[in-house]
Design a protein around this ligand. Sequence first.
Ligand code: ADP
Length: 644
Amino acid sequence: MAFRLFSSRQRFAEYKREVQARNGRGVFPAQPAARLHGPATPPPRHRSFFRLFLEFLRLLRPHSRNLALALATLTIGTELRLLPPAGTKIVIDYVLSDKPLPAAIARWVPVAARGAQLLLLVAAAMVTLSLTAAGVQLWGRWHATLVTKRLQTGVRRRLFEHAVRLPLHRVYQLKSGGVASILREDAGGVGELVFSMLYNPWRAVLQLVSSMAVLAWVDARLLAASLVLIPLVYMTHRTWISRIRPIHRDIRSQRQEVDSQATESFGGMRVVRAFHRERSEAGRFTRGNHMMARQELHAWWWARTVEVVWDILVPLATASLLLYGGFRVLSGQLSLGDLMMFLVYLAMLLGPLEVLANSATQFQSSLAGLDRVLDLLAEPREMPDVAGAIALEPSRVAGRITLRHVTFRYPGASEEVAKDVSLDVEPGRMIALVGPSGAGKTTLCNLIARFYDPTSGAMELDGVDLRHIRLDDYRRLLGIVEQEIFLFDGTVADNIGYAVRDATQDDIRRAAAMANAHEFITELEQGYDTVIGERGVRLSGGQRQRVAIARAILADPRILILDEATSNLDTESERLIQQSLQTLMRGRTTFVIAHRLSTVTHADRIVVMDQGRVIETGTHQELLDASGRYRHMVRLQVGEEVSP
Ligand code: ADP
């Protein structure tokens, strides 16, 4: 595999070259190298900041009330906080110098306070104002935090609902760990944008505008001097921001790759152990992490560049203003209190801007997360229903399945794996699909289950093209038991009742009994409440299959697909189950993929496939008489079974 050959250092060197090329062009490459971007995702679109901002506002719409409350209280709190510095001026100019209070201020003072009394009064007023501001803001912050969490859960839910409806091949490409990474990291980042894109900037703007207004009132010329800072700030930010977000996108996609690799390693732990690949898996994981660390360090440098600019700008600005204001105080054009107040406001003005600049790394990273979330949401879902798609009433469905010249190629594959297959299956019949491995039997069942649509030709239910039937309704008719049984983390009863939400305990027991599973389940320590699946009791292959068959029985499907469903059973269990399967199959159109031909001799029709084509069809007897491929296969199997 390609990544084996590259150390993270080499990959990073290549990555940096790519970033440089990208910066040169100012846009993303149309088709980034797949290896660098991890999982095969569609090429990233580059959304402008404005576009992302609008999309974010759209996501926020349901939370507008809470958000308005948060911003309103923030406004009140911030404005209240602007008053205390004026106290500094009062103290210096009027209390300490013993000058009489100007009439405008004296009007607000209840008693004719002077000296120490006035000092106390000002101090008390400052404390009261600050406490009120803090209280009001805390309340608002709580609401903003609520919005953050609701947004996160909302976006995660939407993403999950979307991801479970992506076309199967896309789901496989994303890998389970990759989806988990997007759900957790990227959707989490979207929530954080409430603070980094709205709450904090809003406070900064308020402080900026208000303190500028006060400054203008004190000395317009001083204000003009401090305004010089703004274009400087803007310019440093612009150059920088256009560079940093793409890097954060890459970091996030690297994280997705690392996460999906880790999930894969643990999912395949038995294979990892069996082939003692623990060290190499750890190595693979570490290399991915090193790459991510290198990218993060790269982003760190961009972030620090801006911080350094600020570190230089802020003291420089303060010193210049102190110098300029000091001269004006010396020449008697400005009072000492004014200068002090001015410096406090200057700090209030620069402070939030600095905080914003420093938190911008986080902000850009969250914005990159939003970008990726939007990418995933923009991906088309699996087979959207056409306008006027037919809704099915299960009781009215007969269950006739017709394949008309069906040809199929898996998305992204070059070879056709079903070639001009035509088949007409009457309702309630049992069709056996046989043939060598790779012949296309599972593929045909995938088409019947409408996991995929044919490349050409048509699949029909009761004479209606499946593409004209509502997908959810059609899938509700299906019951599938596959060779590899997937059991969810939960009790035996949960697993059997998976398809039927309101199944009663009795229903579940009845289904289990029909699948010959009841007996072994009751022998388990906690019976139907025994936890199975990943963290629970391990069932044997045959037991798992019987649970799956019970699950299908309970779902009461009209169309049944049994993909090597009895392959893991010993002869005794198989005999037990064949009988229950017969009961289950009655009245349902059934497709059985069987390796052991002895299990399908009674099928209504046997379809022999090879290399994607149907080469023979007929009953067991007809095919034996025809002396074709089927007869040959039967001979071989009988030979196998007889020989020691
Ligand atoms: P069978 O069930 O008869 O053993 P399959 O239907 O599983 O055969 O496979 C038929 C062919 O389709 C094989 O060559 C296999 O490699 C290919 N194939 C199966 N699944 C996929 C997939 N998801 N993407 C691409 N090719 C696939």
